[in-house]
Write a protein that binds this ligand. Sequence first.
Ligand code: ATP
Ligand code: MG
Length: 387
Amino acid sequence: MTAKLPGQATLGVMGGGQLGRMFVHAAQSLGYRTVVLDPDADSPAGVVAHQHIRAGYLDETGLAELAAQCDAITTEFENVPAQALARLAERRFVAPAGASVAICQDRADEKAHFAASGVVCAPYAQIRNEAELAAVPDDLLPGILKTARMGYDGKGQSRVRSRAELATAWNELRNVPCVLEQMLPLALELSVISARNEAGDIVQFPVQQNLHRDGILAVTQVPAPNVSAELAAQALASAACIAAQMQYVGVLCVEFFVLQDGRLIVNEMAPRPHNSGHYTMDACDVSQFDLQVRAMAGLPLGTPRLHSPTVMLNLLGDLWFDAQGVERTPAWDQVLALPGTHLHLYGKASARPGRKMGHLNITAASAALAGDAARAAARILGLSTEW
Ligand code: ATP
Ligand code: MG
């Protein structure tokens, strides 16, 4: 592909959520024209793009319009129908490719891909019918039953201790195809953001350490405070193998578990920038969204560099309600008075508990100082300071 040069091309994105919005901002800062396809009239990305095509993801007219307008197209969510990406790819350069996105859409395909890449995931079994349910080995219990498709933020998951609980949980998930994973003793969780171009060059951000609360990412710390140099190197190398094995083009996030015995296990991946990479917007000299733009436009990826230790706090809709459930605006003025705070809000019209409304990046000259300011911010916002 010849490069789509800044100031001379139009970049499109399937999906209008916050990831699409931050992609649009990054593309626009290089002078690209931007187009978003999303059915929602006031999607976070649609309202900031040059053009918003309001159409469903399989709408032929909408897809034709997107292809006609754009020189290259990407996606901001993994559940975009793979056939929509295939359709767009008939006319335009699409990154990541529909085939890569399809692997990430199905936990069983994803795990098969991890194995083909030589990276170990949790012991698991597929459950697609009664026979597979009956054949589940005992050593997968206690385990986590996960729908093979469409899960996010811990949705579509159920923790089960016995065969009886497993059968009930599978019924509650309406017997859709699932995987049962052995419940692993986690010491911590980390993730790696890589960007790969068509020539096969890969660049990576440092490993980030993630804390989840109620199945949703809450805090990311970089440098990862509890990860040895050897383990970090292993995670980076594993993520690179996973990307290369599918000839991936674009930004890829790979999530890992570190077990209590120190072993590294791959969890899942996302074919796009990721919540755990939001710190790159303020703590690195190029962000994950800049790299998404560069990879799809065929520009040099450069070498991303972390210039400041950082803590990212996710801002969920819960913060918009006081203890009595009355809606309020969080005390941004107090938060922004702290040193090194960078507030990113996604422009969502209404707050709901658990809804991702924004994130706060805190940068400082040292990890200790970043931690102090982040804890001060968490106290102001009413977030836990345990991390
Ligand atoms: P998201 O897409 O938002 O990252 P998800 O809904 O796809 O989340 P997973 O990443 O599969 O869900 O799991 C959510 C969390 O549940 C993990 O971050 C981890 O804390 C825990 N978890 C998942 N699988 C296991 C496992 N096999 N053993 C122990 N804990 C697990
Ligand atoms: Mg996850």
